[in-house]
Design a protein around this ligand. Structure first.
Ligand code: HEM
Length: 295
């Protein structure tokens, strides 16, 4: 929809949107655990949640209304085309269009940004890994093509290893629709079950040298392979089943491009040691300041 600027300075409404998305996750974290007083009283958690929902709705709604009324709106990249496609779909109610776009924006900002930071952090700390990534893209032009990506086994293995060790969505939740027995516990319908995939991924019984960053564990005969260690199926950064992340394919493409372009073009330094915080998602505690120097 063309609402992001490319010169680094974002318009006020976009800064507001990004802040509200961050707050939405923080309020979700605060409402998730503990007694849940917010269910009975309009607590601060509840007020912060509704205020951020409102900001997100108003900002996105304005952008959508402006774009929808612009007869000349056109798209030149895939993501923009997805949004325009939704807007032009006559079968959908405008409220459904807005809520779909809001979901995409809210679900896509913090997740992708933090996943990228986690990747850079692990890669920069490991000079061998950085040099292997640079090697894989040394012959590609400024524009990286599908062919370059399909050969970039090591880079993909790094990304997979970061998903194993530091997934931004570190656990999955499900509300049981029917009574279920899990590990000898009888759970009633309506119980929330949380699958803490990150903890499981860091256990030695699931992965050898579980705490070590070893992209090689995902490589066999120069190909990215389905790791046969017992835990490999629990690396589920995008969830699983019916509610799996619809942004997964887009992210898989976007992330490898971002990692490749940044590593290929710059020497990157983290100005301070990265600290991790839990804002419902795992995030890099701000400020995250990076120095990028042309190679
Ligand atoms: C690195 C980036 C991302 C990660 C790690 C991620 C991860 C996840 C996870 C774990 C879920 C829950 C899945 C489940 O419960 O089984 C989810 C849901 C979702 N994601 Fe993503 N996501 C990312 C980026 C995106 C992007 C870019 C978009 C939109 C373009 C997006 C849209 C959504 C939506 C709409 C849902 C809700 C799906 C539903 O409940 O049916 N995500 N994501």
């Amino acid at each position: 929809m063309g609402f992001l600027s490319t010169d680094g300075s974002q318009p006020e409404n976009i800064k507001l949107l990004a802040g509200a998305v961050k707050q939405l996750f923080i309020s979700q974290r605060d409402s998730y655990y503990g007694f849940g007083l917010w269910k009975y009283l309009p607590t601060k958690t509840y007020r912060d949640f509704t205020a951020s929902e409102e900001i997100i709705y108003n900002v996105v709604s304005d952008i959508i209304d402006n774009t929808a009324s612009d007869d000349d709106a056109s798209c030149d990249d895939d993501l923009k085309c997805v949004f325009l496609e939704i807007l032009k779909n006559d079968q959908l109610d405008i409220r459904e269009k807005k809520s779909a776009i809001i979901d995409f924006i809210a679900a896509g900002i913090e997740t992708l940004a933090n996943t990228l930071i986690f990747n850079l952090h692990y890669i920069i700390k490991d000079p061998f890994c950085l040099s292997r990534i640079r090697e894989e893209f040394q012959n590609s032009s400024e524009l990286i093509y599908q062919d370059d990506l399909s050969k970039a086994t090591y880079t993909k293995a790094c990304i997979q290893e970061v998903y194993r060790l530091q997934p931004t969505a570190f656990c999955l939740a499900r509300l049981l629709e029917e009574e279920t027995t899990l590990s000898d516990y009888n759970l009633k319908a309506g119980t929330i079950v949380i699958c803490h995939s990150m903890l499981a991924c860091r256990k030695e019984e699931n992965f050898k040298d579980a705490k070590k960053f070893k992209p090689e564990r995902w490589i066999q005969n120069n190909n990215l392979h389905v790791n046969t260690e017992s835990g490999s199926g629990i690396v589920i950064p995008f969830g699983s089943g019916k509610r799996t992340c619809p942004g997964k394919r887009f992210v898989n493409l976007e992330l490898i491009l971002l990692v490749a372009k940044l590593c290929k073009t710059f020497d990157i330094t983290f100005m301070n040691e990265m600290e991790i915080d839990c804002e419902f998602l795992l995030v890099a505690k701000p400020p995250v300041n990076l120095i990028l120097k042309d190679i």
